[in-house]
Design a protein around this ligand. Structure first.
Ligand SMILES: NC(=O)c1ccc[n+]([C@@H]2O[C@H](COP(=O)([O-])OP(=O)(O)OC[C@H]3O[C@@H](n4cnc5c(N)ncnc54)[C@H](O)[C@@H]3O)[C@@H](O)[C@H]2O)c1
Length: 423
């Protein structure tokens, strides 16, 4: 079976880390929504106004992906049932089982850690073969693999080239890139869409961003904004607008899934802490004392607890505080974002856009191409881009960094490089 409908699909979706929680939940969730087994709760593309866009149909897709040895999509789907993320009846339904089996047949061995020319060419060949085997018109690659440590600082005498061909040549000559950047390079070189749902390097090297523009590829990232950071980017603007001075903002996360196990490694955790810390100063316009803790407690499983304590100062120096606790299924929060992103990135490719899709910033903790972190502004920026007629009818719908932004600490777009070609 090549697609949900059995007909030739127009979109190939390639999940890097397909047999992880988010990967398997994206495949199973896509099939379950398509079959009407679950409602599209949490999918912003399934409701007004975005459901009016000419998005790819849910039955018009084929899934594949890269994984490391020993992991299967099936095991991951069963783990989601065992952890109470998806009902057994959904995962065992024939439509979902068929989708998981079809994706499992398209899994290829991933690149572990880092690699150079051989690894790049192998990944590129895997993607091209998948695209050609199914005859898909477009390909979207989503990185849902384990978080990597931050990229090592570049030696001063040997910076990564900004020129895309020079960068690819350096890799083919033996210079090693982290796996996430290799996957991104392969996807962008093929003119595909690339989504970095993780804090890993992905497409963040200037040479890779240039590669996207040259090849007519698009990319979005980084690190899905699913829980604690989502709340932060709604709440911080309140303090900014009401001129309540935030003295400190301490955030803690306790989680027990495989992502939590990976983040127990201090180097990987540093990547996640960097993206979780990004929005606060950008929204407030100053940097309060802040701390982001991430603790791995296996018995919590997928059900993450995020705790925030904010100390702030009001009129006459009055010291006040706010505490909140959020408990959520990490994976159930993430999978619908992946589905939305896949459909919006496919549309961007079809519309001939190229480069960083800054208008998809509302999906990410550390959005590429913009410094706008406020959720409501990000939502308006998305609408302004994909539904300009609607935006024109509503006077307060503008791009981030538009009128009246300075006072609350927005720095607006920086490198918004999205270009639109012929429709
Ligand atoms: N709410 C969320 O769940 C959420 C939010 C934002 C970001 N993320 C990020 O999404 C990613 C996936 O989360 P998860 O909960 O599914 O984790 P997971 O550990 O369940 O899955 C990750 C998968 O990636 C695979 N993998 C690791 N390195 C790989 C490589 N080099 N190539 C191919 N596959 C590789 C692993 O074998 C594993 O199956 C993590 O980086 C996480 O930080 C998750």
């Amino acid at each position: 079976m090549s697609s949900f409908s059995g007909a030739r699909p127009s979109l190939g979706v390639w999940l890097v880390g397909a047999a992880g929680h988010v990967g398997a939940c994206t495949i199973a969730g896509w099939a379950a929504v398509r079959a009407g087994l679950i409602p599209p709760t949490g999918l912003i593309t399934a409701d007004a106004p975005l459901d009016g866009l000419p998005l790819v149909g849910l039955d018009d897709v084929v899934f594949g992906g890269h994984e490391l040895a020993g992991r299967t999509v099936d095991d991951a789907a069963r783990a989601l049932v065992a952890e109470g993320v998806l009902p057994a009846a959904v995962v065992e339904a024939p439509a979902v089982r068929a989708a998981l089996a079809a994706a499992a047949a398209e899994l290829r061995p991933g690149v572990d850690g880092e690699g150079a020319g051989d690894a790049l060419d192998r990944v590129r060949d895997d993607l091209a073969a998948f695209r050609d085997r199914h005859g898909v018109a477009r390909l979207v690659v989503v990185n849902v693999a384990s978080t990597e440590p931050p990229l090592a600082p570049e030696p001063e005498h040997d910076a990564w080239p900004d020129d895309p061909d020079a960068l690819l040549a350096a890799v083919r000559a033996g210079r090693r890139l982290p796996a996430s950047a290799l996957y991104a390079a392969a996807a962008l070189d093929l003119g595909a869409g690339y989504v970095n749902f993780t804090p890993s390097t992905g497409a963040e090297l200037p040479g890779l961003r240039a590669l996207a523009r040259v090849r007519g590829a698009v990319h979005a990232g980084a690190d899905g904004k699913t829980g604690q950071t989502l709340v932060k980017t709604v709440l911080a603007p309140m303090f900014a607008i009401r001129r309540l001075r935030v003295r400190s903002w301490v955030s803690h996360n306790v989680l027990g899934n495989a992502d939590g196990a990976a983040l127990d490694d201090p180097a990987r955790r540093a990547s996640k802490q960097r993206s979780k810390a990004a929005p606060l100063a950008a929204i407030l316009g100053y940097a309060p004392e802040s701390h982001v803790g991430i603790d791995y407690v296996p018995s919590y499983g997928d059900w993450k607890v995020a705790w925030d304590r904010i100390v702030f100062e009001g009129f006459g120096g009055a010291q006040m505080s706010l505490e909140l606790t959020w408990r959520g299924s990490d994976t159930a929060l993430a999978a619908p974002l992946c589905i939305d992103l896949i459909r919006l990135v496919e549309l961007a490719l079809r519309r001939g856009e190229r480069g960083a899709l800054a208008y998809l910033g509302l999906f990410f903790k550390r959005p590429v191409g913009t410094h706008e972190h406020r959720l409501d502004r990000q939502w308006l920026a998305l609408l302004a881009h994909v539904l300009p007629a609607l935006a024109a009818a509503a006077p307060d719908v503008g791009e981030p960094g538009g009128e009246g932004d300075g006072a609350v600490g927005s720095v607006g777009d920086d490198t918004a490089v999205t270009e639109r070609g012929p429709a």
